[in-house]
Design a protein around this ligand. Structure first.
Ligand SMILES: Cc1ncc(C[n+]2csc(CCOP(=O)(O)OP(=O)(O)O)c2C)c(N)n1
Length: 251
């Protein structure tokens, strides 16, 4: 009896991610959602620059590479070119989505583009070696804030889910984490719903996934999971920030 299997939407190759990095878990959840919804043949993923730049090696659906920050713009084109037959998702880091790509993110949400965004928030620029990101926490030590992020001159972190939920165009915004089994299960539900929304033509969905970067945080994988629970989740509370469907039903 098979009790555990690899999703078909995930290639059978070793991942390049560091030990304890949660990109691998998030890849799996996206692949499971694609499998369960039976959309592999029509799904196109867009991965820009960042640690997940090689995601095209891991997902078996079609993948397109975007310039840094531009994934929502590329996804918009792919979706609009054949809205009934393309299921399009982006897979973006916080440096990518909330810094260089902020304009694309905000306007894709404002336009209610019928796409699914997987936003991996690990509070740091991973690929380039651990510089401060728009989501780095106050006091967080990074390569460019060696004494800790000082908000008096570095400003404050951007809370993407809270911000986007204020836009009328955004359909579904949820923040999840993958630091324990319960949170991984919730993350799976949210990611699957974000794809289902697109199938149902409900418009823009973004799932923010609180993730780890033990290498650049300078922590063991175990300590990184604790840091998520103790530092990141209190600053970035988990939950549904916008669900147009539920809001409409409540009215
Ligand atoms: C136009 C452009 N500017 C800057 C870079 C350098 N760069 C590559 S990845 C990256 C940030 C990656 O951080 P994030 O998006 O948070 O993803 P992570 O690597 O942490 O998963 C930057 C600044 C680039 N490749 N292209």
């Amino acid at each position: 009896m098979v009790v555990f299997d690899k999703p078909k939407s995930l290639a059978d190759v070793p991942l390049h991610y560091c030990p304890g990095c949660t990109h691998g878990i998030i890849h799996r959840l996206v692949a499971e959602a694609i499998d369960e919804l039976g959309i592999e043949g029509k799904t196109i993923g867009v991965a820009p620059v960042g640690c997940s730049v090689l995601a095209y090696n891991y997902f078996t659906c079609d993948m397109v590479e975007a310039a840094h920050g531009r994934a929502p713009a590329v996804a918009t084109g792919l979706k609009r070119s054949d809205p009934d037959n393309h299921i399009v998702f982006t897979y973006q880091g916080d440096g990518d989505l909330a810094s260089i790509g902020m304009a694309e993110t905000v306007h894709a949400a404002a336009r209610n583009e019928n796409i699914t965004i997987i936003f991996v928030n690990n509070a740091i620029y991973g690929m380039t070696g651990g510089q401060m990101a728009p989501t780095s926490l106050p006091g967080q030590v990074t390569q460019t804030s060696p004494y800790g992020r000082d908000t008096s001159h570095c400003g404050f972190p951007v809370k993407v889910s809270e911000m986007l939920s204020q836009l009328d165009g955004a359909g579904y915004i949820e923040r999840v984490a993958v630091n324990n089994v319960k949170n991984v299960r919730n993350a799976k539900k949210a990611i699957k719903k974000a794809f289902q929304n697109q199938i149902d033509k409900k418009g823009f969905s973004l799932i923010e996934v609180i993730s780890t970067c033990p290498t650049n945080w300078g922590m063991t994988p175990e300590k990184a999971l604790e840091w998520v629970e103790e530092k990141m989740i209190p600053y970035y509370p988990l939950g549904v920030y916008k669900d147009r469907d539920a809001d409409n039903k409540a009215e």
